[in-house]
Write a protein that binds this ligand. Sequence first.
Ligand SMILES: Cc1cc2nc3c(=O)[nH]c(=O)nc-3n(C[C@H](O)[C@H](O)[C@H](O)COP(=O)(O)OP(=O)(O)OC[C@H]3O[C@@H](n4cnc5c(N)ncnc54)[C@H](O)[C@@H]3O)c2cc1C
Length: 372
Amino acid sequence: MALEAVEIGFGGAGRNVGLVNAGMWVMPREFPKALGADYGERALALLGGAPAVVWDTIEKHQIDCDPVHNGTLHCAVGAAGVAEIAERARQWGERGAPVRALSAEETAKRVGSNVFAGSLLDMRAGTIQPLAYARGLARAAIAAGAAIHTQAPVRAAKRTGAKWMLQAGEGSVVADWVVVATDAYDASPWPQGRREQILLPYFNFATPPLSADLQASILPAREGCWDTKAILSSFRFDRAGRMVFGSIGALRGTGLAVHRSWAKRALKKIFPRIGAITFESQWYGMIGMTNNALPRFHRLAENVIAVCGYNGRGIGPGTVCGRVVADHILGRIAEQDMPLPLTEPDTPALPAVREAYYEVGAQLAHAAGAWL
Ligand SMILES: Cc1cc2nc3c(=O)[nH]c(=O)nc-3n(C[C@H](O)[C@H](O)[C@H](O)COP(=O)(O)OP(=O)(O)OC[C@H]3O[C@@H](n4cnc5c(N)ncnc54)[C@H](O)[C@@H]3O)c2cc1C
């Protein structure tokens, strides 16, 4: 049984960019350093293979979520960006991943813009419509016999004998195991996974469908893109040919006007032929970042496991980590064989201050015209 406080996809799952990435921000060779040799290797294999599981899941359950498995382009900005993608290409190449660094010329052809100094093409990856994916997963779970209750916030939990009694919405549920999958949007009796994360706001603006001519010259192969800057931008087309363009920041207060104005100017800079830009919709959400940029499995109490901390990479990792936790509960995978250790949550220093810093910092950078 799943209990959801609001509705399916209310959290990051329904707000994200839709980039189905392989691996994490952490370079492949850093995994064993962060997790030890065994966990490092297993986590890297699991997360590197996560997009394949997403594509298979979509196919198996016929999820109508606009899957485009044509790769992603991690676009290099300046010499530092080129060095970063070259290193990523080298490290993934050592593992035989279908990833290669593209020259500025190849990148310009694929992106339809000459502002980038190169890019990393990852053919494991691609894009989806994320809310449709979340809803499709819920539909598949219901078809397989799961009960899903929305508008059912878990407010309290009590151990009674070998069971957990959860108070949710108007009712209560008795369970052998509890999986806390509330990530950055947690409002549950187990907030530890949320509290160890720093929340980074990220917004998206979507244009109306672009003209056929523009769609033919911009991302003709429909890769999903983001860049190597610290205050990064991302862009992709949706099925109707809308350009979905995003960056760090919250669309609230003064941020709304600052980020909208910046997004228009930045799009014009990247795609000078785009013409007058309007936005047909906009949204933002909170990305939960952990201190080593890797996801977490936590044991919060007896038979209570949290899985969280996807660092803006939740589509693939969330899909595969959910399976691992289910297999563990069903006795199919022993704790020591899991791809991530079951740990205690960390206590970060002053998260509220750092979160305000990111929100204000992104506004200042965009107001000052980063990219322009
Ligand atoms: C703007 C943005 C862009 C992103 N871009 C990408 C991207 O391109 N690619 C990618 O892979 N990842 C991306 N991410 C990250 C990704 O969306 C998240 O990692 C992922 O959604 C986490 O999934 P989840 O199911 O664990 O948590 P969520 O999707 O956040 O869901 C948590 C749910 O828990 C519910 N909840 C909270 N408290 C309770 C309670 N007490 N009782 C019951 N339910 C409760 C909430 O209502 C919420 O629906 C992005 C995130 C954001 C915000």
